[in-house]
Design a protein around this ligand. Structure first.
Ligand code: AMP
Ligand code: MG
Length: 356
């Protein structure tokens, strides 16, 4: 063998190896309807057949979860709500118990700004309904009556698999957390099936694991108008990105917009915020936190985020100012360079990334 051939052989092998690493791995994408929204699953690094089977499994999972946590279609949650209102001690349906416990903890951490016990109020506003046509705000007196009863998760005592509620005004609505918990369970299931690289994205709320063939996943943050993109961020490893916005479900009445995120202190749709995006490891926490920080608004989001252990927040207020903590600012690329931005104090004392 000549010296040239001897040198060329390993070089060729190295080049082949490099090009194999560089070649983008095919992404398997699939979409189905769940929780009243489209869910997109992207999977990388396994065969087409395995990815397809995994998506079919997740579709079944989501159908079960949708039924279990539906706030108004008869099922385990409506049965739970009936028993809570009766004040009896009962065995909580297994599909509801864990979520009930998680919701209790997150409600407390958020000073009850995330308050899934206000189901009656959400129903009164008309948001426990498949359509929002011909809706109008409720009477002030009806709102005040429900507020006076002050339903919170603390009214529910959980003892093993049993629960009992001391306040008949409590009705659970998992609209602000169910999707997050569902996505966490879906990701766990994907991992069990040996899938290491994937995104589960339900209507723009997502959890990503691994990478896209060695590259981070690129995530678009939706503009608060509900269409278009405010900016981008990159995610790799295992992280969730959740947004709560007033564009998602709302109706107009006499020229005023009434949206679905209710401030449990006033009984009216929360004011001062257009949308909040949160990044957190866990989708359940990210979902509850995005709702809580929306209610907290531009003045109080920082305090509540710290209480909930959130390290990345972007909030757009009703004056269109983008509020971010320093660590979030470092991760987000905004589309509009002239966008007014206000950077807060760091959210954590220990993470050096959260410095201006
Ligand atoms: P999200 O889009 O995650 O912010 O959730 C909004 C949904 O959660 C609404 O459609 C209601 O079903 C429910 N919800 C509204 N306001 C609250 C609140 N303050 N705390 C908990 N759940 C709420
Ligand atoms: Mg939420």
């Amino acid at each position: 063998m000549t010296t040239a051939v001897r040198l060329a052989a390993p070089l060729l092998a190295m080049l082949l190896l490099l090009s194999a690493c560089d070649r983008p791995q095919p992404v398997y994408n699939s979409r189905f309807l769940t929780f009243g929204t489209l869910t997109d699953i992207s999977i990388v690094g396994v065969t087409h057949e395995r990815a397809m089977r995994a998506v079919e499994t997740l579709e079944d999972d989501f159908a079960i979860m949708n039924k279990a946590w539906h706030a108004w279609a008869p099922g385990p949650l409506t049965r739970t709500n009936n028993l809570l209102a009766e004040g009896v001690r009962f065995a909580v349906p297994p599909s509801v118990l864990t979520l009930m416990k998680k919701a209790k903890q997150l409600a407390r951490q958020s000073d009850n700004l995330f308050n899934p016990a206000v189901g009656r109020l959400i129903k009164l506003w008309g948001f426990q309904s498949d359509t929002l046509e011909d809706h109008r705000p409720p009477e002030k007196e009806a709102i005040e009556k429900l507020l006076a009863a002050h339903p919170t998760m603390d009214d529910i005592t959980i003892d093993g698999i049993h629960a009992q509620c001391s306040n008949p005004a409590v009705q659970l609505d998992f609209g602000a957390i169910g999707k997050g918990y569902g996505i966490d369970l879906a990701i766990e299931h994907l991992k069990e099936m040996g899938i290491q690289n994937a995104i589960v994205n339900s209507g723009g709320d997502l959890r990503a694991i691994g990478s896209r063939g060695g590259h981070p996943w690129r995530i678009a943050i939706r503009s608060p108008s509900g269409s278009g993109t405010l900016g981008f961020l990159y995610v790799s490893g295992d992280e969730s990105v959740f947004t709560s916005g007033n564009y998602e479900r709302n109706y107009l009445w006499e020229g005023k917009l009434y949206h679905h995120i209710i401030d449990p202190r006033t009984g009216y749709p929360a004011e001062g915020t257009r949308s909040v995006t949160v990044i957190h490891d866990n989708a359940t926490v990210a979902d509850a936190a995005a709702t809580a920080l929306f209610v907290a608004g531009p003045k109080d989001w920082h305090r509540i985020a710290r209480q909930m252990g959130i390290k990345y927040v972007l909030l757009i207020d009703t004056d269109n100012i983008v509020h971010m903590n320093p660590a979030m600012k470092k991760r987000v690329q905004l589309m509009d360079r002239n966008q007014p931005v206000e950077i807060s104090a760091p959210l954590t004392d220990t993470v050096t990334a959260d410095r201006p």
